[in-house]
Design a protein around this ligand. Structure first.
Ligand code: CA
Length: 644
């Protein structure tokens, strides 16, 4: 009897011990603990022994079973993942990914099982759910996810609210175009519709965290962060009102099936946040590129000259501007179909080609989910119309499309994104999305995807005084948040003093020219449609135009030098052998800092371009000091550029 009690005690404790699984990053600093607490699966994250996430919920609910409560442990196993890959359109060109993995299998009260799979690399935790087939059940609908994030209470947040569905311009929201609050207490995160990914958090002295997701294809919906409730944030699926209320908010998956990866990037400093490649590490190309796509820069009349410029003569001026700047592209925006027409467009494309400029054309993504009236519409949302249009685009030599005004994050809409990308690839066309969701690993998944807006972009500098006031503030956030996980088609470098065609009064630009040029490096997107206007050829200093002519749009390496989101940032990017280092300052005081630039050897010459009197003379050549330090002086709303 005594023996039996001892034995059963041993079995119970060993079962309890077995359900506690731990997994560490290859360098041992980032740790995840998984267990079951009162019948609910939970995980916790530490970095260097300090709390990042306290026990936070796991699990999901499907129409075939609930995997959130009444959960029991089944088994766990550990493995390793390692891969190297090259990618020519993101912040880095050669990447090696090493992670330890843990598969943690649980069962619900019906004895149906699912697994939570963790992959932990040195600065990133990734987790997803893997669902087997349950006997003859080969499909299910995932209706809800419990995955949560319980930060220590002293954590502050840098978040952008999810827009209210079917509001804003022509009821086109949500389109990831709201502002940010910086260093806000979690208690203040009460936005009704939650917050978009990526979501940045400062866990005091314990570190920094960027939450996001990747690997969202037509086989799932896009998710976002809930508001702060009962001490946690959770993963939320799209609001039912998105897409004019049409389409399910959950995900329909075949079994065996998987969810997208939830990613948690962790660093003691902001460096691993700005430099992370996790959104690409976890995914693979879904098809082969139909050809080599050429990235580059473009002119874009709509941004400053607006709808009125959608006519043949103004587009000729912008083709000439692109040609004078050595740009590869012109982007011709909405209404080209009615104001220029298909036939004249063919003529315009020929004219562009004669100037060595290729064409991107704008399209309304649909004609059914919102009130966006700009044409061409009803050309991208059905397979029949789309293929007919893409065939014509290929025949007349168009190189890419900008597709605008999507309906939200439902799986219904993810299918449309993927269908457009996949069909466009077949016809050799690149795709930019505007009025769109965050791309989640898409640069790697879809070889002809070349960037999304999904940000309060340059258009709002034209439309809103508040955005002009906050231009520098937002610019210092993007490298740590929106642009850290995906390419960002911002439409930057605006050099008119007033952001309109007359350039004499009105929407006054509050940032300096050096600031504007710096955003050409700071904001990463493989195809950059810049906001130059034809008059800039005459009224902008030659050395500034030359910088824009030379600045690359693709990068081999990205290194954070210094910064604090919402205050300032200094970021270095390498293209081939050349380093471009860009800094901007959003603080009300001038920023004086010493930065170490290990990429420039002592005694080596570099070029520096600063605001103030020095900028009239253009770039100065300076020899790097023995200690490789450079003193930067960046005025409010100003910038600095260093090249080597
Ligand atoms: Ca937009």
């Amino acid at each position: 009897m005594k023996k039996l009690i001892v034995l059963s005690f041993f079995l119970i404790t060993s079962a309890l011990i077995a359900q506690n699984a731990e997994i560490s990053s290859p360098d041992g600093k980032l740790k995840v603990n998984v267990t079951i607490e009162n019948g609910k699966p939970v995980y916790a994250v530490t970095y260097n022994g300090k709390a990042i996430l306290e026990n936070s919920p796991l699990g999901l609910k499907t129409n075939e079973g609930d995997f959130i409560s009444n959960i029991s442990f089944v088994e766990s196993s550990n493995d390793k993942v390692s891969k190297t890959y090259e990618e020519d359109r993101i912040k880095q060109s050669k990447i090696s990914y090493e992670a330890n993995s843990l598969t943690y299998t649980i069962a619900n009260s019906d004895e149906k099982q699912i697994s939570v799979v963790f992959q932990v690399s040195n600065n990133d935790v990734a987790l997803r759910y893997e669902l087997p087939n349950w006997g003859e059940t080969m499909s299910c609908v995932v209706t809800e996810e419990a995955t949560g994030y319980k930060f220590p209470t002293f954590t502050t947040s840098f978040l952008s609210p999810m827009m209210k569905p079917m509001t804003g311009f022509a009821r086109t929201a949500p389109s990831y175009e709201s502002g940010y609050t910086a260093d806000a207490s979690m208690d203040s995160n009460t936005a009704e519709f939650g917050y978009v990914f990526p979501s940045l958090f400062h866990v005091g002295d314990n570190g920094w965290v960027l939450l996001s997701e990747t690997g969202v294809s037509s086989l799932y919906c896009g998710s976002h962060l809930s508001n702060y409730k009962n001490g946690i944030y959770t993963v939320e699926y799209p609001h039912a009102l998105q897409n004019n209320g049409f389409g399910s908010t959950g995900a329909q998956i075949g079994l065996p099936g998987i969810t997208p990866w939830r990613t948690i990037t962790v660093g003691e400093t902001l460096k691993p946040i700005a430099e992370t490649t996790i959104s690409y590490d976890l995914v693979d190309p879904l098809y082969e590129a139909s050809k080599d796509f050429d990235y580059g820069k473009g002119s874009w009349s709509w941004i400053v000259w607006q709808d009125n410029s959608m006519n043949y003569d103004d587009q000729v001026k912008y083709i000439d501007l692109a040609s004078a700047m050595g740009f590869e592209y012109i982007l011709i925006d909405a209404y080209w179909d009615s104001n220029i027409g298909y036939e004249k467009m063919e003529e315009l494309i020929k004219y562009a080609k004669s100037k060595n400029v290729d064409v991107f054309l704008w399209y309304n993504s649909n004609g059914i989910v919102n009130d966006a009236f700009q044409t061409p519409k009803n050309k991208m949302n059905t397979s029949i119309a789309r293929k007919k249009e893409l065939k014509w685009l290929k025949e007349v030599g168009v190189k890419g499309l900008k597709v605008d005004f999507f309906g939200g994050d439902k799986q219904e809409t993810m299918r449309l994104y993927e269908d457009i990308l996949s069909d466009a690839n077949y016809y050799g066309l690149m795709i930019i999305f505007h009025g769109a969701t965050l791309p989640r690993g898409w640069e790697r998944m879809y070889p002809n995807f070349v960037g999304s807006e999904a940000v309060l972009a340059s258009e709002m500098l034209i439309f809103s005084q508040d955005t002009r006031n906050k231009e520098a503030f937002y610019a210092t956030l993007h490298p740590f948040s929106r642009n850290a996980v995906a390419s960002m088609e911002f439409g930057g470098i605006l050099l008119n003093d007033y952001l309109n065609k007359g350039n004499e009064r009105g929407q006054k630009r509050l940032t300096s020219n050096v600031f504007q040029l710096a955003t050409g490096v700071l904001f990463q997107n493989p195809v950059q449609m810049f906001g130059l206007t034809p008059n800039n050829l005459e009224d902008v200093p030659q050395h500034e135009l030359d910088f824009i002519r030379d600045v690359p749009t693709t990068w081999d390496e990205t290194v954070l030098i210094d910064g604090y989101p919402g205050k300032y940032v200094v970021l270095a990017r390498r293209h081939g052998d050349t380093w471009y280092i860009a800094g901007v300052n959003a603080q009300s005081e001038a920023l004086k800092i010493k930065v170490k630039l290990p990429m420039i050897a002592s005694g080596e010459a570099y070029q520096i371009y600063e605001d103030g009197k020095k900028s009239e003379k253009g770039f100065r050549t300076v020899k790097m000091k023995q200690n490789q330090e450079v003193e930067l002086n960046i005025p409010t709303n100003g910038g600095v550029l260093i090249m080597n």
